[in-house]
Design a protein around this ligand. Structure first.
Ligand code: SF4
Ligand code: SF4
Length: 109
């Protein structure tokens, strides 16, 4: 469980005193790598996968990747921001893939 950063997409929220993902995380789990100037989740085990950081990032740089036990197989779930919504990609095995797209739950902006 946790959140990964696409370092090619994260731009460190230029012009902001506090990065949007850092401000969004209720667990204060997002830090900025001082060398790379990119966001990262510093404690993947503590991440509750609330998706607040994922939804806050305007560049879609954050992706939660979670193993979901779905008997009898393990399904890999990847969630990405696409436009105003989320794209859920479920991979029950190496060959199958199911993609679901959801609209944004609300407009907090
Ligand atoms: S991950 Fe997104 S919200 Fe966080 S610093 Fe990078 S661009 Fe900003
Ligand atoms: S998914 Fe939620 S708990 Fe996890 S790092 Fe992002 S904001 Fe924090």
């Amino acid at each position: 469980m946790g959140v990964t950063t696409d370092k090619r997409l994260c731009d460190n929220c230029p012009g902001r005193e506090l990065q949007l993902c850092v401000a969004a995380c209720p667990g204060n789990l997002i830090d900025i790598d001082p060398q790379l100037l990119r966001a990262f989740c510093r404690d993947q085990r503590a991440c509750r996968l609330c998706l607040a950081c994922v939804k806050a990032c305007p560049r879609g740089a954050l992706t939660p990747v979670l193993p979901v036990e779905c008997a009898p197989v393990t399904v890999e779930v990847r969630i990405e921001t696409v436009g105003g919504g989320l794209r859920w990609t479920l991979r029950p095995d190496a060959e199958d893939e199911l993609i679901l797209t959801t609209e944004a739950a609300g407009d907090d902006a």
